[in-house]
Design a protein around this ligand. Structure first.
Ligand SMILES: Nc1ncnc2c1ncn2[C@@H]1O[C@H](COP(=O)(O)OP(=O)(O)O)[C@@H](O)[C@H]1O
Ligand SMILES: [Mg+2]
Length: 312
């Protein structure tokens, strides 16, 4: 079971859209995929569920519960109880004769408060207690996902919030790989350098705390691998990207991060309707328009690249 985080602390760069489409295409190809919405803005959740449906059936079964159980010292709670199987995308998979599946752990607006409470857990004890608390808090999601080992997931994809909060850090600690969607512009590339630095610092801090005391039996060193930047929302004119894409690719590579070969073009019309349909663009009932097919081809190409980078 591979765990991939989709992360960037800028909002509106396509994290959620890519997560939804990547998961759906992987499922279409026969994989059993779990997606985890860690963003209190809940956009991924409502890309697959209708608001009414969530309010009536699921709002007490969100990822917030997993962190709450920890804050309340409820040892018996299992992450398994939070997994939902969104109906619309999975029906679509059956229509397409796919044997894959998309499951979801949904998010909750109240996840914002969880972050403060988790932070509070990190301080106030002896140095040794604080070190231990750091490891327990940050490995919270990793521990939860380990409970799912026998569920047969090929892949878990975590859609991160646009910040570097404790909850985001739990995603990084839980991950084998990290993917960074970004727009090709100057400020975004600066942001990527910061992000890379902070991921590195978190990994060092976690592994160094683990060296102390007798924590090594209980926790393992982490080494999430930043697989690269995927450029999204490219403006296209006459079939060609009109921003100076090559310049941003070079800038990212200078920082020491790879860039994916696939790029995702901007297309407001095609991407706007998908969240309400509950079926991401890549699996939507084909409208046989050229732009639609072009968009879809990019998403399929992205999936192929991610399979190579992350799953094989
Ligand atoms: N390639 C694209 N072209 C046009 N609009 C897009 C594209 N990708 C995403 N969007 C739209 O942009 C907005 C932000 O995307 P989203 O995936 O939610 O970003 P993030 O999760 O990084 O905040 C959403 O309204 C989404 O529908
Ligand atoms: Mg998002």
């Amino acid at each position: 079971m591979r765990v991939l985080s989709v992360i960037n602390y800028k909002g509106g760069v396509g994290k959620t859209t890519l997560t939804a489409n990547l998961a759906s295409e992987l499922a279409f190809q026969g994989n059993k995929v779990l997606i985890v919405d860690l963003d209190p803005q809940t956009n991924l959740t409502f890309s697959f569920l209708m608001v009414d449906e969530w309010e009536q059936n699921y709002q007490d079964r969100t990822i917030k519960k997993w962190y709450d159980a920890f804050i309340d010292n409820d040892q018996d709670f299992n992450l398994n109880g939070l997994i939902l199987t969104p109906q619309r995308v999975n029906s679509r998979l059956r229509v397409l004769k796919s044997e894959g599946q998309v499951d979801l752990i949904s998010s909750h607006l109240g996840l914002i408060d969880v972050d403060l409470e988790l932070s509070a857990k990190l301080w106030g004890g002896s140095e040794r207690t604080n070190r231990r608390n750091f490891l327990i808090v940050h490995s919270r999601l990793k521990a939860g996902l380990q409970q799912l080992e026998d569920k047969g997931y090929d892949c878990v994809i975590i859609d991160c919030p646009p910040n570097f909060s404790v909850v985001t850090k739990t995603a990084i600690v839980a991950s084998d790989s990290v993917l960074i969607p970004a727009k090709p512009d100057y400020l975004s590339t600066i942001g990527i350098e910061q992000l890379q630095k902070r991921i590195g610092e978190l990994v060092s801090e976690y592994n160094s705390k683990l060296q102390h005391d007798n924590n090594r039996d209980e926790f393992n060193p982490i080494s999430p691998s930043v697989k690269g930047v995927i450029f999204t929302m490219l403006g296209i004119r006459n079939g060609q990207p009109y921003s100076a894409l090559q310049q941003y690719i070079s800038q990212v590579q200078r920082i020491g991060i790879s860039t994916l070969t696939t790029t995702i073009r901007e297309n407001k019309t095609v991407y706007a309707t998908a969240p309400e349909s509950g079926i991401p663009v890549v699996l939507e009932d084909v409208r046989n328009e050229q732009t639609y097919l072009t968009v879809r081809k990019e998403l399929e190409q992205l999936t192929a690249e991610v399979i190579k980078l992350v799953l094989s």
